[in-house]
Write a protein that binds this ligand. Structure first.
Ligand SMILES: [Zn+2]
Length: 191
């Protein structure tokens, strides 16, 4: 099934005059199902950057940290349908962000624990976490920045990334000796 995020990106590709299939293949974070969890390879994107983006995504979806840290922890979300008599649903995932040989990886695993989740398993089926996990995966797939600007902190020269180019595929040094920093937009520079 094509997710809403993907539909939006396809439209954006067309607007930029790019082949959606080719471009989406290029900007997608490579991932695989290992049999127990999803494993994403964020390449040279720094751990702190991946951690902050994952944290934002999970917070926006209503998750909070039950245990651990923002880079290795367990997040939970409790939802109420609002229908009287319905029991709340508990979602729980274990995740980890780590670096290995200069690459940043992210893993996410379904996690069952406690009485509410045992009830959820009975009421909503053993795999009730799957559709929620699929939605999260569809977001994480496009969590790596692939448009925006690189701006030099010394001479203020900037480079506009082509749609599909990631700032992490470039050197962070400007020819003037300054450092290039990534920005989603540069309205602040053009004021
Ligand atoms: Zn410069």
């Amino acid at each position: 099934m094509v997710s809403n995020d993907e539909i939006k990106l396809r439209l954006e590709c067309k607007k930029e005059g790019l082949d959606p299939d080719k471009t989406l293949g290029k900007i997608q974070v490579p991932y695989e199902w290992t049999g127990a969890s999803y494993l994403f390879n964020f390449g040279s994107m720094p751990v702190e950057e991946v951690t902050s983006r994952i944290d934002k995504l999970l917070t926006k979806r209503g998750y909070s940290l039950e245990d651990g840290t923002l880079s290795h922890g367990v997040c939970i979300k409790l939802t109420y349908s609002g229908v009287c008599g319905d029991i709340p649903k508990l979602y729980r995932f274990e995740f980890e962000i780590y670096s290995s040989r200069g690459r940043t990886y992210f893993t996410i695993t379904k996690s069952f624990k406690g009485l509410i989740m045992a009830m959820d398993k009975i009421w909503n089926g053993k795999n009730y976490l799957d559709s929620e996990l699929e939605k999260i995966v569809n977001k994480i797939k496009y969590l790596k920045p692939f448009k925006g600007y690189l701006v030099c902190n010394k001479c203020n020269k900037y480079y506009k990334l082509q749609f599909g180019e990631s700032p992490y595929d470039f050197t962070d040094k400007c020819e003037c000796g300054g450092k290039l920093k990534y920005y989603e937009n540069i309205d602040f520079l053009l004021k």
